[in-house]
Design a protein around this ligand. Structure first.
Ligand code: FPP
Length: 261
């Protein structure tokens, strides 16, 4: 997502209705938007007697496999949690290693992502990220802006509460400037200020590694998502397991608070 001016809603922001709000397609099969909390890299490496970063590198290879699987499996939007606003609390070595991995991932994968029709966006607060990384993120977004086969969103320095706070700040600025009437603030208006303003809500959120929590990921957007918590550690999460979860989703009965008639 191109860096937005902090003081106003981007003029090309569609209403959440235009972007779709994560409702199943009429055929009612697979999820259109899948979000993944890729957990377990550290444990995967430790189990092998290797440093945690070894697990993150293995995790990055999994990202490629899962992104590649999306078109065949009918997933149009994939959003992955790469680094949270809380992950800065890790050791300096791990944080620096992850930042370096993100830079390597972007430079190493950019061409393939572009050629395979993947549109890449980043969500999260870029202010704390180093300039070199932000420049690479901007470049990859620009390079893939014309693509529409799969929409890959990478959450980097992302936290759901932080996102809502930043959105509220921008919204308040628009009110202060007379661009927005407080009476018009509702469930349609607020998401236009979120980082995800062009994306549909996730239909399915997957978390690997056996932890059953959402860790500040897409708090607003996942209000009606289905959840799958699987024991597999992220570096072992395969295309086959992904396909199985998507298949299981098709059997679910989503009512969005209503009743089935
Ligand atoms: C959580 O596992 C994982 C992360 C904080 C980093 C996720 C990053 C990747 C999968 C690497 C590549 C991503 C991209 C986009 C190139 P953990 O370290 O908390 O695992 P643990 O719970 O076993 O310690």
């Amino acid at each position: 997502m191109a860096r937005r001016t902090s003081d106003s809603l981007s003029p090309d922001a569609p209403s959440s209705g235009e972007a779709g709000v994560g409702v199943l397609d009429p055929a009612g099969q697979g999820p259109r938007h899948v979000a993944i909390i890729m957990d377990g890299n550290g444990r995967w490496a430790t189990m092998r007697g290797r440093p945690r970063l070894f697990g993150h590198h293995a995790g990055a290879r999994r990202v490629r496999e899962i992104v590649e699987a999306c078109p065949d499996l009918g997933v149009k939007y994939l959003t992955i949690f790469a680094f949270s606003t809380e992950n800065w609390r890790r050791t300096q070595v791990e944080v620096a290693g992850l930042m370096s991995l993100f830079r390597r991932y972007i430079t190493g994968e950019a061409r393939q992502l572009r050629d395979e029709g993947v549109r890449v966006r980043f969500i999260g607060d870029r202010v704390r990220l180093d300039d070199k990384l932000v420049a690479l993120m901007d470049e990859l977004e620009l390079m893939t802006a014309g693509n529409d086969r799969v929409h890959l969103t990478i959450a980097l320095n992302y936290g759901g509460r932080d996102e809502v706070a930043r959105a509220t700040k921008r919204l308040a600025q628009d009110v202060a400037l007379g661009r927005l009437d407080p009476a018009d603030v509702d469930e349609e208006t607020l998401p236009k200020y979120l980082d995800t303003y062009v994306l549909p809500d996730p239909d399915l959120v997957i978390r690997t590694s056996g932890e059953a929590r959402i860790s500040n990921f897409l708090l607003w957007q996942s209000a009606y998502a289905e959840y799958e918590f699987v024991d597999t550690l992220w570096p072992d999460f395969s295309r086959a397991e992904f396909a199985k979860l998507l298949h299981g989703y098709g059997a679910r009965d989503r009512r969005f608070g209503g009743v089935k008639l």
